[in-house]
Ligand binder design. Structure first.
Ligand code: ZN
Length: 322
């Protein structure tokens, strides 16, 4: 896959400009015997693009909002470069999905900005669903040899952002955490939170309308990232190609997926831009199907807002399921 330019860490130059301005102001005010408080905005770091996009709109211009995971990378692991780490040096607050998805976030922001950075996990407040057996790599009687050690611990599905109505439930916790950091703008933050909720409900209505056109309902997704979306819009995930995202499935498991695809005659097959598509290509070739790209994360051109990302996926589904 091509590596697109990240559009999510955009505040580097502005930040260094602000640093200089703050330093200059500090020197100036101390020379004049004034207060040494600097006018920097609080910095908020968000683990993945879809949540980042919603947070930045609620935050408005009162916060510096940074997206931690660079676009194009899988949400299931992240090791920052020294430069990416340095960009997070002033983080005051972090937003994570939680539910064991992005445990890397707390580690990363704390090593960048110190141990007192608080992480707010949004997942627990959105009524999480459980993975289905198929999403865990259990097809019929057999399962992937690795399938059971990936998503364990009760198999809670963390990919809640793929359902706009679950995302709506995350708005209040986001707003309240931002209000705690900037109480002066409480009214503005709450108003922007309500506006975001309205936008998410509108998005849901648009997807609901589009989903009426889909004559086929069975899908084989690349990993277990579309369960919330499938539940909401009445799709059925009959299998996933890679139960452990980033770990190549065994040949025996690939055969199971091919068999599941043949059994579900109308099922559509997908890969994802963040993960190596080769296992999906093998399945497509053996089952004689075309593959389509579904994107759970976006942050790239044409998918540069949460709404744009979901509508992009809807357009793909229109093509794949008609
Ligand atoms: Zn995932």
């Amino acid at each position: 896959m091509s590596h697109r330019q990240p559009i999510c860490l955009t505040s580097g130059p502005r930040r260094s400009w602000r640093r200089w301005a703050a330093l200059w102001l500090a020197l100036f005010t101390s020379a004049c015997g004034g207060s040494s408080t600097t006018p920097t905005r609080p910095t908020v770091a968000v683990s993945i693009f879809p949540v980042f996009d919603v947070v930045r709109r609620i935050a408005g211009d009162r916060f510096e909002v940074l997206c931690v995971l660079p676009p194009g990378r899988t949400e299931h692991s992240y090791e920052p470069t020294p430069r990416e780490l340095a960009a997070l040096a002033e983080t005051d607050l972090a937003f994570a999905v939680g539910l064991e998805l992005d445990g890397w976030l707390t580690r990363v922001v704390r090593s960048a900005a110190g141990d007192d950075v608080r992480t707010v996990e949004l997942g627990p407040s959105i009524e999480p669903r459980r993975f289905t057996p198929a999403e865990l790599g259990i097809i019929g009687e057999s399962h992937d040899e690795h399938g059971h050690d990936g998503h364990h611990h009760g198999a809670i599905d963390p990919h809640f952002w793929m359902d706009p109505l679950r995302m709506e439930r995350a708005i209040d916790p986001i707003v309240e955490a931002l209000v705690a950091l900037d109480p002066e703008d409480a009214a503005g933050l709450r108003a922007r939170g309500e506006a975001e909720k309205a936008s998410l409900r509108e998005l849901h209505a648009a997807i609901e309308g589009a989903s009426q056109r889909w004559r086929r309902r069975d899908v084989v997704t690349f990993h277990g990232s579309f369960g919330y979306f499938a539940d909401r819009y009445r799709l059925r995930v009959v299998a996933v190609v890679e139960p452990l995202p980033g770990r190549e499935p065994t040949p025996r498991y690939v055969e199971e997926v091919v068999r599941a695809l043949r059994a579900a005659e109308s099922a559509a097959l997908f890969y994802e831009p963040q993960l190596d598509p080769r296992p999906a290509r093998i399945v497509a070739r053996e089952a004689g199907r075309t593959i389509h790209e579904l994107d759970p994360l976006g942050g790239t051109e044409g998918r540069d807002s949460y709404e744009a990302l979901l509508l992009h996926d809807v357009a793909v589904l229109d093509e794949a399921l008609r």
